[in-house]
Structure formats: structure tokens, C-alpha cells
Design a protein around this ligand. Structure first.
Ligand SMILES: [Zn+2]
Length: 173
């Protein structure tokens, strides 16, 4: 029995919002990172947050910078940038966390389990052999914010490096 990937049950940031001003993916607007909101990366096309209520340590949320709910509303550049950032994020997590695998997924619409249906976002969840034995431990992470902050500090330099490598300057977002 290895029925442990249940993205439709994943809770993350539980704030109810409709309005883009309140949208969690708009946090840290105008900044390329912000620890308070766990924003690891922002450019004109994509944002990356550490999930405040992670399914596993290093659980990332990757979204278009634009407040878009429908995948068919993505521009080609956004579409490409999202997948590029998924690839880059996997590389960064591999480097720092040495996971044995990943779950990467997207919940579209409330019926599919999206907690924030108004702003589409991918989940990138690192997985380790036997981690289903550690659900209690992982659950504990939810209540210990400093674990998440440590992970933020660990991953941020690589995302900053990535931003620099793309030659993106503040005027771009
Ligand atoms: Zn939004």
C-alpha cells in the first residue's frame, strides 16, 4: 500500500481569497524574494514560494506572476517559463535535499482540490525512500516555522543566482 500522494487533500495556505490583491501569490510584490511570505523567486513571468504548510520539507509552489486561474490563459512565454522554473527548482532541491524522487502536480479548480483556484500553481514536492513512514514527523513541520525558515535560507542563494543568471533586473517586474 503506497497510496500516499493525495494532492487533492493537500492543504497549504488556508486563507480564503477571491481578490487578486489578497492573493497569496501576490505577496512580496515588487521584490525578487521575501522571507516573511516565503517568496524565493520572482521575475516578470514566474513566482516561487515555499509552501507554508508543506507536504514534505522543501515543498515548493510555482505560479505565473500574472493572476491567472485558467491554464489556457497562459501566454507562451509564461508557459515555457513555468516549466523552466519547475526544472530549475528540481535541480536546486536535488542539490540541497538529495531527494529520491519528486511529485510535481497541478490542481485546477476547487473540485480538483485547488486551495487557491483563482491563481494556478504547480506543486513540487521532494520525496524520499520510506518517507511515508515519517508522516507524523512531517506533520510536525507544520507547527515549527523555523524549519521552513531554515529551508528558505538554504534555498534562497540558488534562486538568487538563478535570477542573476537570467539577467533580470528590478525594472523587469
Ligand atoms: Zn494571484
Amino acid at each position: 500500500m503506497k497510496n500516499i500522494w493525495t494532492p487533492w487533500r493537500m492543504e497549504y495556505i488556508e486563507k480564503e481569497t477571491q481578490d487578486s490583491d489578497d492573493c497569496i501569490f501576490e505577496a512580496g510584490k515588487g521584490k525578487d524574494h521575501e522571507k516573511e511570505s516565503l517568496l524565493l523567486y520572482r521575475d516578470a513571468l514566474t513566482v516561487i514560494f515555499l509552501n507554508r504548510f508543506p507536504y514534505a520539507n522543501g515543498h515548493l509552489l510555482i505560479a505565473p506572476t500574472n493572476h491567472i486561474s485558467d491554464i489556457s490563459g497562459l501566454q507562451d512565454a509564461e508557459n515555457k517559463a513555468l516549466f523552466d522554473m519547475i526544472r530549475e527548482s528540481v535541480a536546486i532541491l536535488k542539490k540541497h535535499k538529495a531527494p529520491d524522487g519528486f511529485n510535481i502536480g497541478l490542481n485546477l479548480g476547487t473540485v480538483a482540490g485547488a486551495g487557491h483556484p483563482d491563481h494556478l500553481h504547480f506543486h513540487v514536492v521532494p520525496r524520499w525512500e520510506g518517507d511515508h513512514n515519517f508522516m507524523a514527523v512531517l506533520a510536525e513541520v507544520r507547527t515549527i516555522p523555523e524549519h521552513i525558515e531554515n529551508t528558505f535560507d538554504l534555498l534562497l542563494p540558488d534562486f538568487q543566482e538563478l535570477l542573476k543568471s537570467k539577467g533580470i533586473h528590478e525594472s523587469n517586474y
